[in-house]
Ligand binder design. Structure first.
Ligand code: F6P
Length: 341
């Protein structure tokens, strides 16, 4: 058996740990592995490399992905699907492990439907994939965002300011909710709950009246005001049709300062949440999910994604995993709200 492995979509900490898991498990089974460069783009263009023990040496703790990534969608361009199938044959690839989020695994699902032997491994810092309690990458992003909140809090307190910290989270506010709870945020704004800017300002003012002269507001990039629009950084969209987000924090910060008169500063964390070394939890999650994906191939169970279900690793059909976004459950958000004052 010869398998191919690729990483697609936005990178996240733990991708290299997952690649290592796939290669190690495959080698243990006596299989050979090829790494496909830059996600689905590499399969379209026939850019692959053989993977050995040496290819994965020392990568467990490294951020990024040694294979590279892209947001190429072969189902968007005439002829690309056929090119992928031809390259599978050309390089003798029997089956694929696709490591990605909803877009990359959406492509995997489409390939599975037309007969390709493919399994998926769930990654994304956003933690918004269905079929798994957690995606790898999320824990590291929460760790980084919490650290940033802690740091912004001490400077907010020193200057008696409001600090707005914008974190990633396109459709779901998992990072904002987790890091907000862990960092003791005074307000958390997430895409799932359109916010009322009056209420945000009232929360800040209530704190001031209680003698708390600083406040920390966490906002997910996909959060939006009631009946409002998302703030787009640019009109550009990627090949999956996603607009580039980022900047809602500036809007919220400006409004708070204007309405409350309290000096306000904004920090947009952006891609620092996606870079650098993965936490131990993400390394373990990535490794377990990747090893289990190769085991699915061994069992001939194609068209599935591995997932974390409690303490266990299970499998869900790819179509279930990509059919809907996993949003923040009210139970989590209610806990966060206790601290809004
Ligand atoms: O999907 C993960 C994510 O980090 C989103 O939260 C964010 O909107 C997006 O990727 C940004 O991706 P990029 O800047 O790489 O296009």
């Amino acid at each position: 058996m010869r398998i191919g492995v690729l990483t697609g979509g936005g990178d996240c900490p733990g991708l290299n740990a997952a690649i290592r898991g796939v290669v190690k498990k495959a080698l243990q089974l006596g299989w050979s592995v090829v790494g496909i460069h830059d996600g689905w783009a590499g399969l379209v263009q026939g850019r692959v490399e053989p993977m050995t023990e040496y290819s994965i040496a020392g990568i467990l703790a490294r951020g990024g992905t040694i294979l590279g990534t892209s947001r190429t969608n072969p189902f968007k361009k005439d002829g690309d699907v056929q090119r992928c199938q031809d390259n599978m044959q050309r390089f003798g690839i029997d089956a694929l492990v696709a490591i990605g989020g909803e877009d990359t695994l959406g492509v995997a699902e489409k390939f599975s439907k037309i007969g390709l032997k493919v399994v998926g491994v769930p990654k994304t810092i956003d933690n918004d994939l269905s079929g798994t309690d957690y995606t790898f990458g999320f824990d590291t992003a929460v760790f980084i965002a919490t650290d940033a909140i802690d740091r912004c809090k001490t400077t907010a307190e020193a200057h008696r300011r409001v600090m707005v910290v914008e974190v990633m989270g396109r459709h779901a506010g998992w990072i904002a909710t987790f890091a907000g709870i862990a960092g003791g945020a005074d307000v958390i704004l997430i895409p799932e709950q359109p916010f009322d800017i009056d209420e945000v300002c009232e929360a800040v003012q209530r704190r001031h009246k209680r003698g708390k002269l600083f406040s920390l507001v966490v906002v997910a990039e996909g959060a939006h005001p009631k009946e409002g629009q998302l703030v787009l950084q640019a009109e550009k969209t990627d090949s999956f049709g996603h607009a580039r987000l980022g900047g809602i924090g500036n809007l919220v910060g400006a409004e708070i300062e204007k309405r409350t008169g309290i000096e306000t500063r904004v920090t947009i964390l952006g891609h620092v949440q996606r870079g650098g070394i993965p936490t131990a939890t993400d390394r373990i999650r990535a490794t377990r999910l990747a090893v289990a994906a190769v085991e699915l191939l061994e069992q001939g169970k194609y068209g599935y994604m591995t997932g974390i279900h409690g303490n266990d690793i299970g499998a869900v059909p790819l179509h279930e995993a990509v059919s809907k976004i996993k949003t923040v459950t009210p139970q989590f958000f209610k806990v966060a709200e206790v601290f809004f004052g």
